[in-house]
Design a protein around this ligand. Sequence first.
Ligand code: SF4
Length: 454
Amino acid sequence: MDLADKLAILADSAKYDVACTSSGVERPGRHGALGSTAAAGICHAFTPDGRCVSLLKVLFSNACAYDCSYCVNRRSNPRPRATFTPRELAELTIGFYRRNYIEGLFLSSAVLGSPDATMERMIEALRILREEYRFNGYIHAKAIPGADPRLVERIGLLADRLSVNIELPSAKSLDALAPDKSKAAILRPMGQIAAQSAESRRDLAVYRHAPAFAPAGQSTQMIIGASPESDFQILRLTEGLYKKYALKRVFYSAYLPVVADSRLPALSTQPPLLREHRLYQADWLLRYYQFSAAEILSEDEPWFDEYLDPKCTWALRHPAFFPVEVNTAPKAALLRVPGIGPKSALRILQARRQQTLGMPELKRIGVVLKRAQYFITCGGRVAARGTRQEVAAALLDPGAFGVGVRQLSLDDFVARPLPGAAPAVHALAAAGVEAGRAARLVREEALQCLTRRI
Ligand code: SF4
């Protein structure tokens, strides 16, 4: 098998891995070295389905010894297999870099024989890149659960970011769908990476030339919709991972059915993209808006609202918290207002030192007044009074009713629900209702329900 065939197979096998956004490391170009992590603006290109393409994203091997039921690369799935040699992978990366196709490398792998054997080969590929080719660009590598801690340490000294995929949101689902994996084997390297990253940062603060261990930190990926966990369980797990392992990002991957298996959703099931989107929104609330998982969802209300983003849902459940006076409220209270984000909250704090803020100033600052106006006062005056229906219309998430034209052939300009539209819109369209009408019908019903709730 030639290198082009291997690349075709291994790049295709890597497409289900979404944990590839990179950030947080700045290493400018060096004399005698190739590439830089800062100037490249890494991971700024995304495919139409949101996957990042500016790194060469590839598996080292797809010949897996494990048999995770949700995965195309599982042992029992008959499909073409390929494995790079370390030198092949290094030369391919450098060749692409020199031709300006890529700015860095995202390297994952199936379990080739054993976790240790896989990691040793990945490490050798990265060693050739870093030491022989003097490649100074960004590298994101997967640590394989179950590998020897010394191998995790070695790969952490070669890569900028490491990730260990948690895969499924509970130990029970792992046991059922990925019997070769265990929660303990996944969390162990996460703990090691968190501890060694922190130690490395302390060393670097004292010795400028101390070796950097995974300077861009670590991330993980979770598959959504393959197993029965609720949004609340997933969000609570996410919160725990951020706190305990200092993760930079948790990535959510809507399960795309690739195998017929009675333990998994049917092959005809749509990937839950709206749910994935809500999880990302809630994830931002955890990281940038000072929310906790228990404030966003609960045991009694464990699922996201399909038609409202999680912040609007919270605002509607806490009417006593509002209105917030923009001229005196602390930052934490401003961040709870729909339409005010971290940047606009900061600008409000700065601007109100100079003047009393009214609606025109808030508009200039970048506050989304369409939403915020119903939740704030400016100098003691209510910013806007709307009917319950007007408020509801301002809060509904337009993305849940998205319709677009996807041309499937030269003369096919038929509108269809966008992939992230609400399941009810997809269901109506599948039943033969014209997509635009389906979206309007679902929106009208959602508007009526929400108006009654307000
Ligand atoms: S370990 Fe499991 S998820 Fe990873 S490649 Fe192998 S079968 Fe797929």
